[in-house]
Design a protein around this ligand. Structure first.
Ligand code: NAD
Ligand SMILES: CCCCC/C=C\C=C\[C@H](O)C/C=C\C/C=C\CCCC(=O)O
Length: 259
């Protein structure tokens, strides 16, 4: 098990919702945590709150837009300047905006790729790094379709595929870095009030029947992916029915057709 005392973690989208929960469980387990988010007002409030509970030098907020190469790199350099290292990196920032679909791709998928490669370049043994773990936050919509949200669904499928392929790459090339993906069901966060789609009624009818998870339950699953050093390429589903690892077929299940 990875010991988190004095390890340094970065969480994107940490000003509220799941990201804030991931940051808190890392602090509870001894890590120092850099909070990255677009929302400066909330981010600074969260930092002040965590400082009171966990001590004044274990949390630092940095404004950051994961959709921008430049701003993301700049925030990462500031984290390294303050804490000297990064051991845990959580790509969590995400939106659901089907109308501005390019923005959704740029945050939910390209943002995850940006963050993962920044972390990987720093952590990998071949670059003199000390290894580490990257957790990419997908969704149950990364494993099956969320009606009314095809772009969101595509980005989250992308996050799952990217994480699994890079995990295999890291394993074969011996980078010393683990990459795992987390796939939660519905959690009551700001995301559920801010989504943009022409098919609002469709999503709302799904939500009426859904059971909601608590941030704390998803955070416990996140912690498992961080700490268990046997896990690389794992995809962990957190649903109202329970938490479970996805197993993927080694051969693609196919139904033959005669042409
Ligand atoms: N809430 C759910 O039901 C649910 C379920 C499964 C997966 N997820 C995923 O979990 C992640 C967190 O979602 P949440 O529900 O906590 O949402 P949230 O809206 O509560 O929090 C998301 C945070 O990301 C930040 N953010 C948005 N765009 C950003 C950008 N370009 N750069 C930096 N920060 C940015 C926001 O400011 C916000 O603080 C997302 O990737 C989401 O897709 C959410
Ligand atoms: C009121 C409108 C809701 C809009 C939904 C917004 C975003 C949520 C996206 C999440 O990533 C969840 C995605 C898919 C969930 C799929 C199945 C949920 C099953 C619930 C469960 O069993 O826990």
């Amino acid at each position: 098990m990875m010991i988190l005392n004095d390890k340094v973690a970065v969480v994107t989208g940490a000003s509220q919702g799941l990201g804030r929960g991931f940051a808190e469980i890392l602090l509870e387990n001894g890590a120092k945590v850099a909070l990255l988010d677009l929302n400066e007002t909330l981010g600074r409030e969260v930092q002040a709150h965590f400082n009171e509970i966990y001590g004044s030098d274990r949390t630092q907020f940095y404004p950051c837009d994961v959709a921008s190469d430049e701003l993301f790199k700049d925030a990462f350099q500031k984290v390294l300047h303050k804490f000297g290292r990064v051991d845990v990196f959580c790509n969590n920032a995400g939106i659901l905006n089907e109308k501005d679909w390019e923005k959704t791709v740029s945050i939910n998928l390209s943002g995850v790729v940006r963050g993962t490669y920044l972390a990987m370049d720093h952590m990998k043994k071949q670059n003199g790094g000390q290894g580490g773990v990257i957790i990419n936050v997908a969704s149950m919509a990364g494993l099956g379709p969320l009606p009314g949200a095809p772009i969101y669904t595509a980005t989250k499928h992308g996050v799952v595929g990217f994480s699994r392929a890079l995990a295999e790459t890291s394993n074969i090339a011996d980078y010393g870095v683990r990459i795992n993906a987390l796939c939660p069901g519905f959690v009551r966060t700001a995301l559920l009030n801010s989504f943009q789609t022409d098919e609002k009624a469709m999503l709302e009818s799904i939500m009426e029947k859904a059971k909601f998870l608590e941030v704390e339950d998803v955070a416990k699953a996140f912690l498992l992916l961080v700490k268990d050093e046997s896990l690389n390429g794992a995809v962990l589903v957190v649903a109202s029915a329970g938490t479970a690892f996805m197993s993927f077929p080694t051969e693609l299940p196919r139904t033959p057709v005669t042409l």
